[in-house]
Design a protein around this ligand. Structure first.
Ligand code: GRF
Length: 212
């Protein structure tokens, strides 16, 4: 079984999508061993507790230095023997040593079709505000491996979502979550748990179930 540690900072709807997909068998051969939040008192923590998953809060502001925060976060991830780290709305920059240690074992969900509307400063509603400002007809979501850059790692799955007349950033954010994020994040985890994903020359190759 692939041991997942899910990192969150807020509402936890993507965490919920993963929990639901494990429970109804859309994700096979994986389980969440721990949920780590960068903030206390967020809904994601309630969702984890309700599902009987162990939680930890590792908040940057409760540490004196970045080094102390980094080592606390790394221990909290290492402890349960994590195989795959899932960033599900985690708003804190990861320690570079963690990214190196878990090369091609950290995935992130981003609410646009990378390489559009991504990189430094593109998170939350800002992504959808910029998409609307530019007048794109199609946006979507991307699941990608995390490297030392910002939203620059190998792309695993993407799903397009229409932008419709009258959309506000909030309406578009909700549609992107419902139609794309909550589907492709569990799908990507299932593919990885089924040992069907490999990275070659910075690109993801997805094999058939029987191939490796
Ligand atoms: C999602 O839009 C995700 O794409 C982004 O942060 C948001 C998290 O939402 N990285 P939630 O906490 O999963 O509800």
């Amino acid at each position: 079984m692939l041991k997942l540690t899910v990192l969150v900072s807020g509402g936890g709807t993507n965490l919920q999508a993963i929990i639901d997909a494990i429970n109804d068998g859309r994700i096979k051969n994986a389980g969440i061993v721990r949920v780590i939040s960068s903030k206390d008192n967020v809904k994601a923590l309630d969702r984890a507790a309700k599902a009987g998953i162990e939680t930890r809060v590792v908040s940057k502001k409760s540490f004196d230095s970045t080094e102390d925060f980094n080592s606390a976060l790394i221990s909290a991830i290492d402890e349960p023997g994590t195989d795959l780290i899932v960033l599900a709305g985690f708003l804190t920059v990861l320690p570079p040593e963690l990214v190196r240690k878990y090369e091609n074992r950290i995935i992130n969900i981003h609410p646009s079709l990378i390489p559009s509307f991504c990189g430094v400063g593109f998170y939350g509603l800002k992504v959808h505000e910029e998409a609307l400002k530019r007048g794109v007809r199609i946006t979507g979501a991307t699941v990608h491996f995390v490297d030392e850059g910002c939203d620059s790692g190998p792309i695993i799955l993407q799903k397009a979502v229409n932008v419709l007349p009258g959309d506000t950033p909030e309406i578009l954010q909700k549609r992107v979550m419902e139609e794309a994020e909550w589907k492709i994040l569990p799908e990507a985890i299932d593919l990885i748990a089924g040992d069907r994903v490999r990275v070659e020359n910075g690109k993801v190759l997805i094999g058939k179930a029987e191939e490796k």
